[in-house]
Structures are given as C-alpha cells and as structure tokens.
Design a binder for this molecule. Structure first.
Ligand code: SF4
Ligand code: MG
Length: 332
C-alpha cells in the first residue's frame, strides 16, 4: 500500500552557544527517513537523547525540521497551505508521556475534550457534549469524569484523557511519545491494550515511541532503532527481535530484563559505556565508541543504511559485503 506518512531525510540541527561565538552544531536528528503504512504501528526505539521525540514532533508537525521533507497521504506537508494545515491538524495528533503537562489544570475534563471540537468548529453544543461523553466511555471512564479536574485523576486516568482528547477530531495518525513510561507497571498493559483496541476499531496508524523494548515488542508491527540522530536498523518486529543485526540493537535486546517492564536501564546497555554527546559525535560510525565489533574502518567511515534482507535494513559495516560473516568482518 501507499505510505500514509513519509519522513524523507529529516534533519534537526541546532546552533548551541559554545565557547566561541559561532557556537556548535547539535545534530538532534540527522538524515532520518521512514515510511509508515496505513494501519500499521511502527515502534521507534533508542536511549533517551537519541532524537526519538524530535522525530515524533516533526512527524506531528509540532516542529519544523531544518532539513528534509514530509509527505502525508502523498501530499507534501513541508509547504502546505493554511487550509491543508487545518486538515492536517485534525488528521495527525500527538499523545504526550505525561498528559498532565498538556492539560490546562483549571479546566474541567469535559471542557478539555470539547476544546478540539470547538477549535475545529465541529458540531453544535449538544452534539459536542454527547461526543465527549461517548469518548469518555470509550476510553474506559464515564460521563461523570467530564465534571472533574485533571488533578483529581490518577496517572492512568489522565493518559486515558490524553488519548481521548487526541481522538476527538477523528485523526488517522497518532504519534505516541512514551505514552506509558510514566505509569505504574500494572496500569501500562491496560493503556497499551486500549491503544490496540482503538487502532483496530478506527484503522489508526501509530508511530509509537519508547525506550522500553518489551513495550516496543508488544505494540509494533515494524521497529525503527535510532542512535544519536540516525536510523540504524529497521525490520519487522519478529525479524528484529529474533535476529537483530546492528550491534546496538543486539545490545538493546540482550538488555531486556526477564523480570518484565519495571527495570528501565539494564546492565548490558550500561556495560556499553556512556552515550556520546550529540554535540561531539564520534567520527565514522557513531556507535564505534561503544561497539564490541568496532574495527579500523568504523573509525574512518560512516556506514550507510543498507537492505540486508526482505524489509530489513541496517547501517553497519559488518553487513556491507555479501557473504562475509560477522566474525570475519569484525576480525579484519
Ligand atoms: Fe560497530 Fe562498526 Fe558496525 Fe558501527 S559500523 S556498529 S562500529 S561494527
Ligand atoms: Mg523523549
């Protein structure tokens, strides 16, 4: 099928004040491309600080990229007209990690859910109210919540409101940025299942951002692995978890705690050492300072993302010569 969302060589470079007057260039996102098909969930994973949220915010049009292009439903988003922008604002919604920060604390929930309808001049007063109540019930709450304030709700209830608010205008594409990371483990599965049900009912397309490999595994059809602003591996979820190719993906997977979703950062990733700063990227492969397979070429030359199997791509010199085994390449 034609992709719903196309991110084409996106970059987000910032000038950061440094010692000298010119400042230094922070490459938060650097040449990132990804196509998302209608109805699928692409998981975007990586350590915090690797640029996942920046990609998500660009995809949701909350941030203008400094380079690259975006297409939605085949149409260029980068220079959309104001009426196209209005449509896109309804079609594409963003759900934050902590919806509390995006919910005005002085408004009742009913008003907060009604707001996107009013903003888009949809429906009359009674119809808006009916839709708010129906949505509250759909996300597992009830009409009585319309009269409450955000601070009266638990974290899980607030995230239900965050999701409800995103869905009020009938979007097609949701960017979910760590939607369960702030929640208790017992509540996480409920919210993830709600997201899956809503997707099945409404044919939604998700870009699902998380640093948690268990959550990514549970939610994704395909997985994109990001490291220091770049896409380093892309594959179907089973191919990625059964046979991760990039050494960084391998480390992320071997770091999954057997105990479940509680542990945030595992021994194996910590053993890789510090994540370099995006302000002083290592030369060659950005992963070379932490990679157990790093060799001479890795310090000189950045690997390009290359197809290494059906729908499976990785950016690593180990896979550039067909037929050559990982071990041979690593020992070269
Ligand atoms: Fe490791 Fe080299 Fe591959 Fe980079 S290119 S991930 S340093 S083996
Ligand atoms: Mg983030």
């Amino acid at each position: 099928p034609e992709p719903l969302v196309e991110l084409d060589r996106l970059s987000m470079h910032y000038r950061v004040q440094g010692g000298d007057r010119s400042g230094r260039l922070l490459k938060a996102v650097d040449g990132f491309s990804l196509s998302i098909s209608p109805g699928e969930t692409v998981g975007l994973v990586g350590e915090s600080g690797c640029g996942k949220s920046t990609v998500g915010q660009i995809a949701a049009r909350l941030l203008e990229p400094t380079g690259g292009r975006l297409r939605y439903n085949g149409a260029e988003m980068t220079n959309a007209s104001s009426s196209e922008r209005r449509t896109l604002r309804k079609q594409i919604q963003y759900v934050f990690q902590d919806p509390y920060s995006s919910l005005n604390p002085s408004f009742r929930i009913g008003r907060l859910l009604e707001e996107p309808l009013r903003f888009n001049r949809l429906d009359g007063k009674e119809e808006r109210k009916r839709r708010v109540h129906a949505m509250l019930e759909r996300v597992g709450l009830d009409a009585s919540y319309a009269r409450r304030y955000p601070h009266e709700l638990s974290g899980g209830q607030r995230q239900r409101i965050g999701i409800a608010r995103a869905l009020m205008v009938d979007p097609a594409f949701l960017v979910l940025d760590e939607p369960v990371s702030a929640l208790d483990v017992s509540v996480q599965a409920q919210i993830l299942n709600l997201l899956k049900e809503l997707q099945a009912e409404r044919g939604l397309t998700y870009l699902f951002i998380s640093h948690d490999m268990n959550v990514i595994h549970y939610m994704s059809d395909r997985v994109a692995v990001m490291y220091l602003g770049e896409l380093v591996e892309l594959a179907d979820v089973d191919a990625l978890f059964d046979g991760p190719k990039h050494p960084y993906t391998q480390a992320l997977i071997s770091a999954i705690p057997a105990s479940g979703w509680r542990e945030r950062r595992s021994a194996s990733i910590q053993a890789l050492g510090e994540l370099p700063s995006a302000l002083s990227l290592p030369p060659g492969c950005r992963f070379q300072t932490r990679c157990p397979f790093a060799h001479d070429r890795c310090r000189r030359e950045a690997p390009a993302l290359a197809e290494i199997g059906q729908g499976h791509a990785a950016a690593c010199h180990l896979y550039e010569t067909p037929g050559e085994s990982t071990l041979q390449a690593a020992n070269r």
